[in-house]
Design a protein. Structure first.
Length: 129
């Protein structure tokens, strides 16, 4: 197995920032949109978006899904540049749970069966299972 060379929160943060900029949204506009989208008026703040973009605040899988929806991009777009496969994350899950923002996602992925894993892989890369 190849070593993990780039698995940190700053990669996802940079991708969120690029997608937000491409969408022409300010950090505050994205925070407001996300708060409305999830029905939590004070759930997202401009500071939260800033910390995500700077890699200071990890995001959970469900948060990544909501952000991707808001910015009209795929999860693959938000995770572009992460040098690890789903299988490797599951295989090395204990290490990643301790060291990565993807810990919650790995815990969920670890419980998936082969068909569910194939569907998730297809959703991440944007192709049918």
């Amino acid at each position: 197995m190849s070593p993990v060379t780039n698995l940190d929160d700053s990669v996802i943060g940079a991708n969120v920032k690029a997608a937000r900029n491409a969408a022409g949204m300010s950090q505050q506009a994205l925070a407001d949109y996300l708060s409305d989208l999830v029905g939590e008026p004070k759930g997202w703040t401009q500071r939260t978006i800033l910390r995500i973009e700077q890699g200071e605040r990890p995001i959970r899988l469900v948060e990544a899904m909501v952000i991707a929806t808001a910015l009209e991009v795929s999860l693959a777009d938000l995770t572009a540049g992460l040098d690890v496969s789903i299988e490797a994350m599951v295989e090395r899950g204990d290490h990643f749970r301790r060291t990565s923002a993807l810990g919650n996602a790995i815990a969920l992925i670890s419980d998936l069966g082969p068909d569910e894993l194939a569907s998730l892989r297809a959703a991440l890369v944007g192709v049918p299972a």
